[in-house]
Write a protein that binds this ligand. Sequence first.
Ligand code: PEP
Ligand code: MN
Length: 353
Amino acid sequence: MIVVVKSGTPEQEINRICLELSTTWRITPEKIAGKHKVVIGMIGDTADLDPLLVQEVSPWIEQVLRVEKPFKRVSREYRHGEASEVTVSTPNGAVTFGENQPVVLIAGPCSVENETMIVETAQRVKAAGAKFLRGGAYKPRTSPYSFQGHGESALALLAAAREATGLGIITEVMDTADLDKVAEIADILQIGARNMQNFSLLKKVGAQDKPVMLKRGMAATIDDWLMAAEYILAAGNTNVILCERGIRTFDRSYTRNTLDLSVVPVLRSLTHLPIAIDPSHGTGVCALVPTMAKGAIAVGTDALMIEVHPNPAKALSDGPQCLTPERFERLSQELAIVAKAVGRWQQPAIAHV
Ligand code: PEP
Ligand code: MN
């Protein structure tokens, strides 16, 4: 349930309303100041609460809205219908993910293999316009016999690539036991599709400060995904970016997964969180990546995460879906055309009025 307070309500009255709400009904009020108004989110079991009784708490209350969805903190209503932004500091400066910001490019190999390849890839993707380098140190692999990532030593290589280029680093944390060491290097922590509902991991990343990119589970509904994000916000971390990476459907003959681009407008109506699209895992086929990346910008994604490897044929993981640095450079130019057409390239778009 959300209490919308009239604009111009004195701060003291807002605090009094919060106090009365928390003492009368065992809920936790959370004050959220927007551009024009303050809303109070009522966290707790509000199922049996009569909105008319809440309305009587103060003549300054404009409206009491029931949030029909199970998620609250991630819901669009919770932020007065406005989009939130996630700003990440990198050595090259702050980068902001959000609906009214330029599309952010994240690129790099599936896994960190050695120092030369990660530093060279970082330099190439930076030159093509990427703001973040991706690369797995800890890899979730279907087979226990496949390359599992170089672990801690790969984190040091990511730090070297950051040092060489100033790019921000995004890398996956698979296990709560590794969180501190991954968070020491990463500018954004990635939660992989297979861990989307690892609730202990979600609570832990929610209780620390680094921004989180939460990938959609391969069989997750949108509600499942948003409830997973709710865990992170409920634990205190509001810097969450949602990343669509394809879901399992019946046809796996031509694509590895089915990239759900319709999720972008759907999420826009449901949540204030920024959205990223990963067309590499979303298709599993390098030839399909450019087309889907352009499509993702056209439907309004805030960021793209693309796998790039200097020699895809020799990659230790996900070679078939990796672009070469040359192809990524060309793609970046192609993306610029689409992104400029929708006002999302370099210069921030004019905010909606
Ligand atoms: C990855 O980004 O390399 C990865 C393993 O992604 P996902 O969790 O989406 O499969
Ligand atoms: Mn991969």
